[in-house]
Design a protein around this ligand. Structure first.
Ligand SMILES: CC(C)(COP(=O)(O)OP(=O)(O)OC[C@H]1O[C@@H](n2cnc3c(N)ncnc32)[C@H](O)[C@@H]1OP(=O)(O)O)[C@@H](O)C(=O)NCCC(=O)NCCS
Length: 392
């Protein structure tokens, strides 16, 4: 069975779980090392298990004859693969874009007894599912992070940190953000990863993926780059100015700590390959604000927010236009913009980069469909929400 059991990244990662296969077809395609390994197994169950795992790899990768080995780890040139098997289960994943790690487990009744070795109560509480499922998933997520990292020497409790997790009891799927905190010469920065899980029958399947940091891009006067934890103090400062948040609201940035939490659990770069980006002044290297894209239920939204001292200098137009060029490079088809009617600067920026207004809704009508903070609704009473779009 070829299935993609997770919520995100189905166009970037191929997954195979418990495939059906003809043994002879798989053996036929073994690379020379696998053929040799297979011939050395004397235990028929071991042979079966080996073919089963290579069948999953074949289904995920499209070919297994090119497999090479780094130590015991199977690798494929110019792509990332990961493989896992357990009692009566096997899983493999492949991506030519993202680093990946996968893990499949069956229920282990006694896992709770050893859970303090790899997780904490605080981490377990993030999982809104049964305690047994939570601990199984945490173990599986950490195994998949460990495989993705690939260099060993990882302490599951100290070095692997699951910072957010959402669970859907109906679909039995979950996802969240995690960090590999361990830094070494070959992995010189802490790695943010998207983690996804699914419970399929008696199997717990977990997958971690990591997208390399985007290379910063530039406009005439600025550089745009991804948010980093060290940006928390000034992001808080930006959102503390009521004239900056007058038409945007200030959800989540109530203090420096919550700004840091937002950065840590920000899924957009890992999930979508884009997000809101920090705008840095090329000359002074100081942060000026942010500009970028967000995938929401209206489409891919272009937005911006700058410190007041930088307003009225054409910066938003310059950065929005550079962001639109970046969106074209990412092969996005359409961008939208949303702004409140009195925020003239904002809708003028959208119009200056070529967006066209296609809808105008009263904020009250919009609020009936969308959760707005009561204080924002009060503040924006009687205003219109303008919707803009542009096809790239
Ligand atoms: C909205 C915002 C991003 C505009 O940034 P900016 O760098 O000042 O915009 P630009 O200088 O590129 O201005 C674009 C155009 O809008 C005009 N404009 C800017 N602010 C204006 C205002 N308050 N009233 C009327 N026109 C304004 C500019 O004159 C310019 O037009 P021009 O080229 O014909 O002179 C900035 O005011 C801001 O950060 N506001 C707070 C956050 C926010 O509201 N973001 C948008 C949420 S939807």
């Amino acid at each position: 069975m070829l299935s993609y059991p997770f919520k995100f990244l189905s166009s970037s990662i191929r997954v195979s779980i418990n495939p059906t296969y003809h043994e002879a077809d798989i053996i036929d395609q073994f690379c020379s090392i696998d053929a040799h390994r297979y011939s050395t197994f004397t235990n028929p169950n071991k042979k079966k298990e080996f073919v089963f795992s290579r069948a999953a790899l074949l289904q995920a990768c499209g070919s297994i004859s090119e497999i090479k080995y780094e130590g015991n780890k199977p690798v494929i040139a110019n792509a990332f693969i990961s493989l896992s098997h357990c009692k009566a289960g096997t899983a493999a994943c492949y991506s030519d874009k993202l680093e990946v790690g996968i893990d499949i487990e069956v229920e282990r009744k006694n896992i709770k007894r050893i859970s303090s070795k790899f997780t904490s109560q605080k981490e377990v509480e993030k999982f809104k599912c049964s305690e047994q499922d939570a601990i199984q998933f945490i173990w599986g997520i950490k195994e998949s992070l460990f495989k993705l990292h690939g260099l060993g020497g990882i302490d599951f409790k100290e070095d692997l940190d699951i910072v957010s997790f959402e669970w859907n009891e109906t679909t039995k799927q979950g996802w969240g953000m995690a960090w590999i905190r361990k830094v070494c010469a070959n992995r010189p920065y802490q790695m943010q990863c998207l983690v996804q899980v699914a419970k399929m029958g008696k199997h717990y399947i977990c997958m971690a993926s990591h997208r390399r940091k985007m290379n910063p891009f530039t406009s005439l006067r600025t550089q745009l780059r991804e948010w980093e934890p060290s940006d928390a103090p000034w992001l808080y400062e930006l959102n503390s100015d009521p004239s900056v948040t007058r038409y945007t609201g200030n959800a989540g940035f109530s203090d420096e700590k919550s700004a840091l939490e937002i950065i840590h659990s920000y899924p957009n770069y890992q999930r979508d390959g884009y997000g809101r980006w920090i705008v840095i002044d090329k000359a002074s290297k100081k942060p000026m604000g942010w500009c970028g894209l967000i995938n929401n239920r209206w489409g891919i939204d272009l937005g911006f927010r700058f410190f007041k001292e930088y307003w009225g200098k054409g910066l938003a137009t310059e950065c929005a236009s550079a962001t639109m060029e970046q969106a074209k490079k990412l092969q996005l088809r359409r961008l939208i913009g949303r702004t409140l009617s009195p925020n003239i600067g904002s809708w003028m920026v959208l119009e200056k980069i070529g967006m066209k207004r296609f809808e105008s809704t009263s904020i009250e009508e919009f609020a009936s469909d969308y959760n707005l903070e009561p204080q924002d609704l009060k503040l924006w009473k009687g205003q219109m929400l303008f919707m803009y779009k542009i096809d790239l």
